[in-house]
Design a protein around this ligand. Structure first.
Ligand code: UN1
Length: 503
């Protein structure tokens, strides 16, 4: 496992590692050094997706009736294997997509946490037992699996996000086909390798790498795929939802964000500074939860901005395998170009002022990769595109607010609603913000990133379609409710009609 320098990743279908029917193989390069090939992957087609769905459908017949605590035992094993292999998989991930090692270790850890959380559900999967209105009658609700799940996942959390979907799907009794982002096939391969080592029966987990349209599109359209769970952009999510709508397929979407951190004048400013540095420039801003707007209360705006710029200039960029590096590269050339286009849009809009960054970062070894200098734009107002649209890079828009209501109104003024943060020492202001901020996640005195797996993850407005991953709320994505009534009276009892009880 994972010690080789160039790793050939295969598809995993029906318990076998296989090449794509296309015979085509793509190259996986290190975004910190484009000359380094870290691996190859299968450029699969719709036919490969069909094979994987057929394998998953076949496995479903016996997996769904295996008792949930037994299904969970496999997940506990996967969790233990991921724990053993954490360092190797984290290193692979850094080489594959650029995040610094501390963060890729965190990514694998989030997968481990999800394995144990989902495994625990094997002995819960709670329904409700409620009293019945008629005598000698029992009623309760229970969760049932749905079938084959198509899991389409992004490159920014290449192990954690697949596990958010895969492990709950499995513990509920579903089987799955995973289609990871083309930029991160190796981390998905590593995850599936860990599942295989845990002894999961053939066909329960399947992996097909390749492009979004050919493979992902086929999963979305396949009549035997009963659930689609997708994390990615709102534009793609919308298309997937339209397609699923035609066949009434269940679809859970976790989409974009335009997250803001508010800093009020009574806040601990040093703490707020640490928060925004981590929230905006951690993962080089490539998180759905990244802080892309900093809303500063007018009296402290200049002071905080000055403090921030001083610190941003000291951030060390480079290859994430170097433990002293703080910010890695953009995942790809096109991602870096997209980020830069936004900065240009920002500067061409009214009044926005470039405070630092705003260019490709090419110092020393960084010249070989897709690095972008941490960027701050000041004088941003709520209507500008850089204040409203997701950028997914190390770009922070600074916006001034007159008071708390103004700050919250600015924060809410985007199409998205994933994560949010407020720094204040005033408990009344904090609770006011918790009540009025339109977002799935609100942090008080913490940055917009850092969700833990035991609380629901997801957002409002264009961030999704009402589902929540993680926590026990994820079970609603992967199960159907069944209400069960058992009448042990031995006679016909009519609900709502036989209101006079005989006994
Ligand atoms: C994402 O941003 O795509 O809360 C996922 C966090 C991580 C998960 C982020 N635990 O930042």
């Amino acid at each position: 496992m994972s010690t080789v320098q160039v790793k050939e990743t295969l598809n995993y279908i029906g318990g076998k590692w296989t090449q794509s029917r296309t015979g085509r193989v793509g190259e996986n390069r290190n975004p910190a050094d484009d000359t380094e090939v870290v691996g190859t992957f299968q450029e699969s087609s719709a036919q490969d997706a069909d094979d994987a769905v057929a394998a998953a459908k076949k496995a479903y017949a016996s997996w769904r009736v295996l008792p949930a605590p037994k299904r969970a035992e496999y997940l506990f094993k996967v969790g233990a294997i991921l724990t053993e292999r954490k360092e190797a998989y984290a290193r692979d991930m850094t080489r594959e997509m650029g995040k610094i090692l501390a963060e890729t270790r965190g990514d694998v850890q989030e997968g481990i946490d999800t394995a144990f959380l989902s495994g625990g559900e094997g002995r819960r999967l709670f329904g409700d037992k409620v009293p019945c209105e008629l005598p000698n009658k029992s009623g309760w609700s229970e969760r049932h699996p749905i079938g084959v799940c198509g899991l389409i996942t992004p490159w920014n959390f290449p192990m954690a996000i697949p596990t958010w979907k895969l492990f709950p799907a499995l513990v509920c009794g579903n089987t799955a086909v995973l289609k990871p982002a083309s930029d991160t096939p190796m981390s998905a391969f590593n995850l599936v390798e860990a599942c295989e080592a845990a002894g999961l029966p053939p066909g329960v987990v399947n992996l097909v790498t390749g492009d979004g349209v050919g493979v992902g599109g086929r999963l979305v359209e396949h009549p035997d795929v009963r659930v689609i769970s997708f994390t990615g952009s709102s534009a793609v999510g919308r298309r997937i939802a339209e397609s699923c709508g035609k066949s009434l397929k269940r679809v859970a979407l976790e989409l974009g964000g335009k997250n803001a951190q508010i800093v009020m004048d009574d806040a601990d400013l040093d703490l707020a500074l640490e928060g925004v540095l981590w929230g905006a420039f951690g993962t080089a801003g490539q998180r759905c939860t990244a802080t892309s707007r900093l809303i500063l209360h007018k009296p402290i705006k200049k002071k905080v901005l000055d403090m921030l710029v001083d610190r941003v200039k000291t951030l060390k960029l480079g290859n994430g395998l170097d433990e002293t590096v703080q910010v890695g590269p953009m995942v790809s050339k096109s991602q870096r170009e997209g980020v830069h286009r936004y900065v240009e849009i920002g500067m061409s809009e009214d009044r926005a002022r470039l405070v630092c960054g705003g260019e490709f970062y090419t110092e020393g070894e960084c010249e070989k990769g897709w690095f972008y200098a941490p960027t701050i734009l000041d004088g941003v107002t709520r209507n500008m595109r850089i204040a409203r649209e997701e950028i997914f890079g190390p770009v922070l828009a600074v916006i001034e607010a007159n008071d708390l209501d103004d700050a919250i109104s600015i924060l809410n003024d985007t199409p998205y609603g994933l994560s949010s943060s407020i720094y204040t020492r005033d408990v009344n202001q904090a609770f006011h913000a918790i009540r009025d901020i339109e977002a799935g996640i609100t942090y008080v005195n913490g940055p917009t990133i850092g969700a833990e797996v035991q609380l629901p993850f997801g957002g409002v407005k264009d961030t999704g379609n009402g589902h929540r991953e993680a926590s026990h709320t994820v079970l609603d994505i992967f199960t159907e409710w069944k209400s069960v009534y058992v009448d042990y009276s031995g006679r016909l009892q009519r609900a709502q009609i036989d209101t006079e009880s005989a006994e």
